[in-house]
Design a protein around this ligand. Sequence first.
Ligand code: SAM
Length: 351
Amino acid sequence: MTIGAAAFESDWMVEGMAPRMYGHILSASGQLPDAMLMGESVEEDEFSHITVLREEVAEFLEVREGMLILDGTLGGGGHAEALLERGAMVVGVDQDEEALEAACERLEPFGERFLALGENFRDLGEILEEASVQLDGVVLDLGVSSWQLDSPARGFSFRHNAPLDLRMDRSSGLTAAEFLAEVEESDLADIFWKYGDERASRKIAKAIMARRAKEPIETTYDLAETIEKVVPRRGRVHPATKAFQALRIFINDELGALEEALTWIPRHLKPGGRVAIVSFHSLEDGMVKRWMRGLSSEWIDRPEWSEPRRNPSCVLREVFKKGIVPSKEEIERNPRSRSARLRVAERRRKA
Ligand SMILES: C[S@@+](CC[C@H](N)C(=O)[O-])C[C@H]1O[C@@H](n2cnc3c(N)ncnc32)[C@H](O)[C@@H]1O
């Protein structure tokens, strides 16, 4: 557990916590994980600095000078930068050390108004509790960054041959290669189906078992080839796209992390504070939508009740009912933003 850099004095300084400073490398991230896997022929640099819904996130958080905002998915620091430019103090969290280093370099000009924290956002409830911190805003921009996908050594994309890793936090958990070496066929098929919406889930799982019996699946190319042999290529989308996405979501327990974050966010938002969540996957967006609705409805009704009752958990207000999607211009500029959806809620002043 680490809170980095000596910014935000008093409130943020947690006794006994060693600062974790990061300080070099990289350009900021852009966005857009899954589309990176879509086999689109794009120049690598084309997306490397693009943050999705950058201005919209800052605008809907109603950022004012001196606000304390937590960016739980710092990535290359694009959203954090937009918040800092508007005068906020930002705590940037990422579980990927290399992303933190990159963002620290980019955000260095903001000095002590920016603080970096190497954590999984799922664990922040406890950390904020310990530090007795209440926030004016929270941003989550889910998934992986294009920098992670573009980096051949990270093994996120079959565009490069690399060890099949797929972890954002390389210090913990199984790599995708290790997982594939031990998973049961039926469990693997369920993962492809559930997280990738992959109709050929069983066929792919079977092919992986057959290959694994002969030789280990160690690299991104090993896996992509195995899939390509049993799922014919249709159009521009590589047949391994959905399977890679599903494995990544599973390996990083992305939905579990989101679920945990949704439990601490309302507790740590000040009255009037806002949370903005950008999702790229319908499972994530569905979770966020149900969560916001559940905590925003003033009344609940059940068939067994004679009349609706007040919702004791009504602590949020949805800022808008439908998610915001990128403009046509943004999608044209950055096709990988096309699946993004932003939802924003505000902590009610009175529960
Ligand atoms: C889509 S990128 C964020 C891009 C960033 N908003 C920008 O504009 O540059 C997502 C980042 O969140 C990080 N991330 C994803 N899930 C996380 C989690 N549970 N805890 C901490 N970091 C996470 C990833 O490592 C990645 O760097």
